[in-house]
Design a protein around this ligand. Structure first.
Ligand SMILES: Cc1cccc(-c2n[nH]cc2-c2ccc(F)c(-c3ccc(S(=O)(=O)CCO)cc3)c2)n1
Length: 240
């Protein structure tokens, strides 16, 4: 709801994250290095440190047939599906339902040896965006997750080290209607997914360990999540 205390921040961060995600990896200037590739999925990172901590921005692009951007964002945003695809999730709770398109989460994730266990508090907002290029094409959908504070879960009050993240999932759908005028089926739709994330790991964690975790976890996450959405939607009507 645009009367909520977080609304100005949410609107600003969503706009800036969507514009960053929309840039190609070539256009962001140099610095993006391809570190993983699997079929249509390509993962890029920039090696950046802040106060001696690895905060490598990540940009993943993936093209998946048979699902729409609305469906991808629906399964990414809604908490009831998260345990099905987020394999490192140990505990998740919705701290606040700001509106039907904005939630505040607290999550604890499985510990990555030798670092201590991490937790995160973030607002999550999903939005349909007008498709500037193609007026009558399907809309663009996004989910932005951005760390925030919450009185019930102060940072580093318990056993977990609080991490800080900004994540943007940006999805553009393409429909190639069948030549013979048959109704559009899932074989005629394609979704271009861009997943951007910047994670500040909070307390100390060895750069080599973090980079190894990212190299292993990000490709696994995106492959698993998109396969989950394909499987969940395959026998359902297309959600544009
Ligand atoms: C996919 C991925 C990348 C990098 C690290 C890991 C990982 N491995 N073991 C523990 C974690 C871990 C620790 C803390 C976190 F906050 C998240 C975390 C990751 C993604 C998101 S999200 O916002 O993209 C999706 C919602 O869960 C939120 C938190 C993941 N997983």
């Amino acid at each position: 709801a645009n009367s909520h205390r977080l609304w100005p921040e949410i609107d600003r961060v969503v706009k800036q994250e969507v514009s960053m995600a929309s840039l190609g990896v070539g256009e962001c200037g140099s610095g993006w290095q391809l570190f993983a590739e699997d079929g249509e999925m390509r993962m890029f990172r920039r090696e950046e440190e802040m106060d001696g901590m690895v905060v490598d921005p990540l940009k993943a692009v993936h093209v998946v047939k048979g699902i729409t951007g609305h469906e991808v964002c629906h399964y990414f945003f809604n908490p009831q599906y998260r345990y099905d695809w987020e394999t490192t999730l140990e505990h998740m709770i919705v701290l606040e339902t700001v509106s039907e398109d904005t939630l505040i989460f607290h999550q604890t994730h499985k510990r990555i040896w030798p670092a201590s266990q991490r937790d995160v508090v973030f607002w999550s907002h999903t939005r349909r965006l007008p498709n500037d290029q193609d007026r009558d094409g399907p809309d663009i959908w996004t989910v932005v997750n951005n760390s925030t504070e919450h009185p019930d879960h102060p940072a580093n009050a318990g056993k977990c080290v609080r991490i800080f993240l900004t994540v943007c999932l940006l999805c553009q759908t393409r429909v190639d209607p069948p030549k013979d005028g048959a109704p559009v089926s899932r074989d005629d739709i394609t979704c271009k997914i861009t997943y951007c994330s910047v994670v500040n790991p909070g307390g100390w964690a060895p750069a080599s360990v973090l980079r190894a975790v990212y190299k292993r976890e990000y490709p696994k996450f995106l492959k698993r999540f998109t396969a989950y959405v394909k499987n969940q939607t395959k026998d359902k009507p297309i959600m544009y």
